[in-house]
Write a protein that binds this ligand. Structure first.
Ligand code: SF4
Length: 201
């Protein structure tokens, strides 16, 4: 499932995908909720061919000291309701290096306005643009036991939001047990303990 730049595709990207699908006779392509491409119906041999062409290793390297995926809406560059630059934030969070492996996968949703098209309230890390800056929530989940994330802070600049997300994820790394999703972690410790742990109170 190659990542595709938070779902933003140029003509060149589309041509490359079309060439790949035609050349390897990929039966179906799914755009996932995580804004990645899912090549469906490949035989093991075809899968190897496609992975070689995309220069992907046989087994994907462990990248648990980075977020699992970052989804972002078009934001202010492309949507009339957007007030902040979601794509820049998506790149910065995707490349964010943390202090160690995360306890479990961390999904990020970044929305360029309060309409929250990227379901920010339901992501481990949620960012949504408000009139006065970014609203940052932590501990959301949309799976079998859904949870709305806790409000950590709002009115944040880009740099403030990035710094606070990094602090929060490093605190989660230090404090949570292995294989504990942020939603269950927040249910256990509560927002006040998180704020204290990252120096907000
Ligand atoms: S969240 Fe707002 S800015 Fe982003 S796509 Fe939806 S309406 Fe547009």
């Amino acid at each position: 499932m190659p990542g595709i730049n938070a779902g933003m595709l140029t003509l060149q990207d589309l041509e490359r995908i079309t060439d790949l699908v035609r050349k390897h006779e990929i039966p179906m392509v799914k755009v996932t909720g995580a804004q990645r491409l899912y090549f469906l119906g490949l035989s093991p041999e075809k899968r190897t061919e496609v992975m070689q062409e995309l220069e992907l290793p046989d087994t994907m390297p462990h990248t648990r000291n980075r977020t699992h995926y970052v989804q972002a809406c078009p934001g202010k560059s492309w949507c009339k309701y957007g007030t902040l630059d979601t794509q820049h934030m998506a790149r910065a969070i995707t490349e964010m290096e943390l202090d160690g492996p995360l306890p479990y996968k961390v999904k990020v949703g970044i929305s360029g306005c309060r309409m929250c098209c990227c379901e920010s309230w339901m992501r481990d890390v949620g960012l949504a643009a408000e009139k006065n800056g970014w609203r940052f929530t932590f501990g959301g989940n949309a799976a079998g036991r859904p949870r709305i994330g806790d409000l950590v802070a709002d009115g944040l600049s880009d740099n403030e939001a990035l710094a606070l997300i990094k602090k929060t994820l490093n605190f989660y790394i230090k404090t949570a047990k292995f294989k504990t999703r942020s939603a269950r972690f927040m249910e256990r410790i509560g927002i006040d303990a998180l704020k204290k742990g990252i120096g907000l109170s």
